[in-house]
Design a protein around this ligand. Structure first.
Ligand code: GDP
Ligand code: MG
Length: 174
């Protein structure tokens, strides 16, 4: 068994839950307080994948980059995304304008890393009635974009689909 490391980024509007998703995934914790991110925070987590039909298990260390939400961001996006093999693009189901920005965020990321994989996280699903969630998910599938693996309804608060978004990326990166 061997371990490899890959960089991934979280990207999306301010306040959608990027830092909270990472915290839930890495530390299994959630806080209602705003966890302001100053500059860039880098977290690491080891994930495993056993490919079907193969005996050898492969461990992957995800190096997760979290950046503070800022309008000045575009200028530094190039540096931040450099060398990233994947991204989680995050929107907030309680703030429709953050969902409308998803496509632009995807383009910004792909401009720097045209061959990277992306998962889309529609976060704060605990705040919206279940009957609306599937409708929203269908609206943000981005099936025209080959790099997008899937769109997930997530909650950093309950943990819903949090492991799944990172595992989906990790499985593709191994
Ligand atoms: P960021 O700016 O994208 O990093 O957003 P944060 O992770 O700092 O979250 C912004 C606010 O939304 C904080 O008050 C969080 O507690 C809250 N929040 C984040 N994710 C969720 C979630 O899934 N459900 C709920 N109810 N609140 C969330
Ligand atoms: Mg943050």
């Amino acid at each position: 068994m061997s371990t490899i490391s890959k960089k991934i980024c979280l990207f999306g509007d301010f306040g959608v839950g990027k830092t909270s998703l990472i915290r839930q995934f890495v530390e299994c914790q959630f806080s209602d307080e705003y966890l302001s991110t100053v500059g860039v925070k880098i977290s690491r987590k080891l994930v495993s994948s056993s490919k079907e039909g193969l005996d050898n298990r492969q461990d992957l260390q995800l190096i997760i980059w979290d950046i503070e939400g800022s309008n000045k961001f575009k200028a530094v996006a190039q540096n931040y995304f450099q060398g990233s093999k994947g991204a989680v693009i995050v929107g907030d189901v309680t703030q429709p304008e953050t969902l409308n920005h998803l496509r632009e965020h995807i383009q910004t990321f792909l401009t720097v890393n045209p061959k990277s994989y992306i998962v889309v996280a529609l976060n704060k699903s605990d705040m919206i009635a279940a009957e609306y969630l599937e409708k929203i998910r269908k609206m943000y599938q981005f099936t025209d974009q080959a790099n997008i693996l899937d769109t997930y309804i997530t909650s950093a608060k309950t943990g819903n689909n949090v492991n799944e978004i990172f595992q989906a990326l990790a499985t593709r990166l191994i």
